[in-house]
Design a protein around this ligand. Structure first.
Ligand code: PLP
Ligand code: COI
Length: 364
């Protein structure tokens, strides 16, 4: 039996951005600065459960300064994109996977688990409302940010009894500006992102807050992103601040760090493993050390490295810096396997290739 589709009450914004202004805003939106007219909201309380499902005008909310999330960071989020279809309309990519990861993040953060159908319908309803905000161009998409936070006004340290779940939407282009074909990474020795038993596999705001000092260090050292090593031996590569990582070798194989509780189980990562194997590429989910990475890059055994995620899509990595020096990867450009994987993924997401996996859900 399929679950009934939850009904979201709809109230149109009375302050919609005029068409011409919207067209100018989405012509070259960058990442995460252009927001649409509406948002989805759902409230939760221990007494009433999930209630008050709405699509309404995107507007600021009033918050008491004793609201629990502002003190103890009980907050989780998701990141996903709606893509324009070649003949019009829009589609989501593996939205059920985001819904399930949102539930897993909630469990880890002692929050109530949003039913999958409410998550899915909140996103679908918002995309249907905001389809005109999908930017043109090869990198253009409507980035969706479902999130939930403890909204109870209470300073005791305990899981809250009240939460607000919301989805906002942002017209986006590529995540990285600058147009360089390959990004550079700072491998931090001082800071780690996640430890066994911690929250590394959850998509909670606190993980990102804790990563910012290392990201700032990366920028100071002229790098685009930080790459984190494991918290125990400080040598096994885990992931970047907001992306997973893949390594390509001269025998045509790929390798990516295994999931084990300290890295985010990326949906792009999972999709790439599947796609690559179906393209005949051997993919290993095995630990890889920074020393080996450097040695292999220098010997030529390692030919390419790329980052992947919803925001980053598939982005080549050209250089790695540490406190002890730096090393270059391949030709510091987009290598052939990176290119092939990227094209295979993006063509499915954007409806240009067949989708034998049932990953794409047309929404409008
Ligand atoms: N790792 C981290 C820390 C992230 O923030 C993200 C982005 O969501 C990813 C990996 C990639 O995950 P996904 O492919 O599901 O977007
Ligand atoms: C995403 O890719 O959706 C993320 O959450 C990562 C962040 C760099 C925006």
């Amino acid at each position: 039996m399929t679950a009934p589709i939850p009904a979201f009450a709809f109230e149109s914004s009375t302050t919609r951005v005029p068409d011409e202004e919207r067209a100018a805003l989405i012509a070259d939106p960058g990442f995460g600065r252009v927001f649409t007219d509406h948002m989805a909201t759902v409230r939760y309380s221990s007494e009433k459960g999930w209630h008050d499902l709405k699509i309404g005008a995107r507007r600021p909310i009033q918050t008491d300064l004793a609201t629990s999330v502002l003190h103890y960071a009980q907050e989780i989020f998701e990141g996903m994109k709606a893509y324009g279809r070649p003949g019009g309309g829009a589609a989501l990519f593996r939205p059920q996977a985001n819904a399930r990861r949102f539930q897993e993040s909630a469990r880890r953060m002692a929050m109530p688990e949003l039913p999958e159908e409410i998550f899915l319908e909140s996103v679908r309803a918002l995309v249907r409302t905001e389809i005109d905000w999908i930017p043109p161009g090869e990198d253009g998409a409507l980035y969706l940010r479902p999130f939930m936070f403890a909204s109870e006004v209470f300073l005791g340290v305990k899981p809250a009894d009240e939460y607000l779940y919301a989805v906002i939407a942002s017209s986006v282009g590529g995540y990285f500006k600058g147009g360089s074909p390959a990004i550079s990474l700072w491998a931090t020795r001082e800071y780690t992102r996640a430890a066994p038993g911690g929250t590394g596999a959850a998509k909670c705001g606190g993980n990102y807050a804790a990563s910012l000092i290392a990201q700032a260090e990366a920028i100071r050292n002229g790098c685009d992103q930080v790459v984190f090593l494991d918290a125990i031996e400080r040598r096994w590569i885990e992931e970047l601040g907001g992306m997973n990582i893949f390594f390509a070798f001269d025998d045509g194989s790929l390798q990516t760090p295994p999931l084990g509780g300290t890295i985010l189980p990326g949906i792009t990562r999972d999709s790439i493993i599947r796609l690559a194997r179906d393209l005949g590429v051997t993919v290993r989910e095995e630990p890889y050390s920074i020393e080996q990475w450097q040695a292999d890059a220098q010997s030529g055994r390692l030919t390419e490295t790329f980052a992947c995620g919803t925001a980053a899509v598939v982005t080549a990595i050209g250089q790695v810096k540490t406190t002890e020096g730096s090393f270059a990867i391949g030709g510091q450009s987009v290598g052939p396997l990176t290119q092939r994987i990227r094209a295979a993924l993006v063509d499915i997401q954007r409806g240009r290739a067949e989708d034998p996996y049932g990953w794409v859900e047309t929404v409008v």
